[in-house]
Ligand binder design. Structure first.
Ligand code: NAP
Length: 360
């Protein structure tokens, strides 16, 4: 009798050991076999207008190499720079054909060798998806960030370029200090709303502009100390008055070719203009800069160093945790409507937050 019980236990032990081994078999292998072999993705075969963005349904599934992850994309951020890249007018041209987009949020679907900072199923966002306008995209494991449970995938996709740029403009290049007054010139879009939330999180006094009544309402809801319409004549005088004539310490400028001349007259002593967005030339009077002993500084996200990325993400994640950062989603387009999304982000005024692609 005892012999039977003993041998039964051995069998159970052996079975459970086998089961244990099979349960511990890498989930990666199991999920890999469950992944499709082709996916939907936007492909660009030649540079041109929005119509060159073509939805294809049989794009081969990318495989993560060592140090890479495969992301199941749920939402992709659309940034103006992607329209310049698509048109072939940007300084950096990708090889054709390519899938646009770098900002994405979704779940980890697979990991390559040596990846141990994330696992299959984790919710993440990244600034470095290699083709975010797709159902799946590769990214470097070092460039994925955990996505807080407080944010949706769409909000996650709105974080990378806008918030990293806003952080760079305000704090890394602009040296903003608590108590200073900042003007977010163009506060209603992706970078503008990000800059407002980050500036408020650090105790700055925030003035911002928008181009529509709905935009100004949104700015007030975000908690700005003053909202002004950049399409109304005389609005810069109103901004000056709102500083009791002292001027603003910092300007985050999203359309320098239109505003830089007026910006120089809005500066307080020692004020700085951060040129973030620019679409042409403008004449300025350097005397205004002398009067303020001011600075005009360029901001270019791709000059961010690895150490600065660490600092920037830490600040953004802390502001997500504290509730100060809640990306505002203005417009959503399904993946197949990428051409309309590209047309919209460049040609439609009246932004109400960030434009994202939703991916099923
Ligand atoms: P977006 O979401 O399309 O927002 C555009 C913003 O510009 C809106 O707030 C819009 O306001 C505002 N605007 C329109 N006319 C204006 C005017 N006359 N004066 C001031 N603002 C005006 O674009 P985004 O993603 O925020 O990007 C903003 C700019 O920054 C773009 O030019 C982009 O290329 C650039 N950018 C640069 C970097 C970098 O590294 N330097 C990084 C990211 C983005 P209304 O629609 O309410 O009028």
């Amino acid at each position: 009798m005892w012999k039977v019980v003993f041998s039964c236990s051995l069998v159970i032990l052996a079975l459970s050991a086998t089961l244990h081994v099979s349960f511990r078999a890498p989930p990666v292998t199991m999920s890999r076999s469950a992944l499709p072999t082709v996916m939907n993705a936007i492909r660009v075969a030649r540079f041109g207008g929005p119509e060159v963005l073509k939805l294809e349904s049989n794009v081969p599934m990318p495989q993560p190499s060592e140090g890479q992850v495969l992301l199941r994309v749920h939402a992709a951020g659309v940034n103006p720079v992607e329209t310049y890249i698509r048109a072939g007018t940007y300084a950096r041209k990708p090889e054709l054909p390519f899938t646009p987009g770098s900002d994405a949020a979704g779940e980890i679907a697979d990991v390559g060798a040596g990846v141990n900072n994330v696992k299959v199923g984790d919710r993440v966002f990244t600034r470095s998806a290699q083709g975010a306008y797709a159902q799946y995209a590769l990214a470097s494991a070092g460039d994925v960030q955990p996505l807080s449970a407080k944010l949706t995938y769409e909000q996650g996709a709105a974080l990378p370029v806008p918030y990293l740029t806003a952080y760079r403009a305000l704090f890394l290049r602009g040296a903003a200090k608590t108590g200073e007054t900042v003007l977010i010139h163009g506060g209603t879009g992706g970078v503008g709303t990000a800059a407002i939330q980050l500036a408020l999180s650090q105790g700055l006094r925030v003035l911002a502009t928008g181009g529509t009544d709905a935009g100004l309402d949104m700015l007030r809801t975000l908690g700005v100390h003053g909202a002004f319409n950049h399409r109304q004549s005389g609005y810069t005088e109103q901004i000056h008055a709102a500083t009791d004539g002292k001027g603003v310490d910092l300007i985050v400028e999203n359309l320098a070719n239109v505003n830089l001349d007026a910006d120089l007259r809005l500066l307080a002593l020692g004020g700085r203009v951060m040129v973030v967005g620019n679409r042409g030339r403008i004449e300025v009077n350097p005397r205004d800069l002398m009067m303020a002993e001011g600075d005009v500084r360029g901001v270019m996200l791709f000059h961010t160093t690895p150490e600065e990325y660490v600092t920037s993400y830490a600040a953004i994640q802390a502001a997500v945790d504290s509730g100060h950062v809640r990306p505002v989603i203005g417009k959503r387009f399904p993946l197949g409507e990428s051409p309309a999304a590209h047309d919209d982000i460049i040609n439609t005024s009246g932004a109400l937050g960030k434009l994202v692609l939703t991916v099923e």
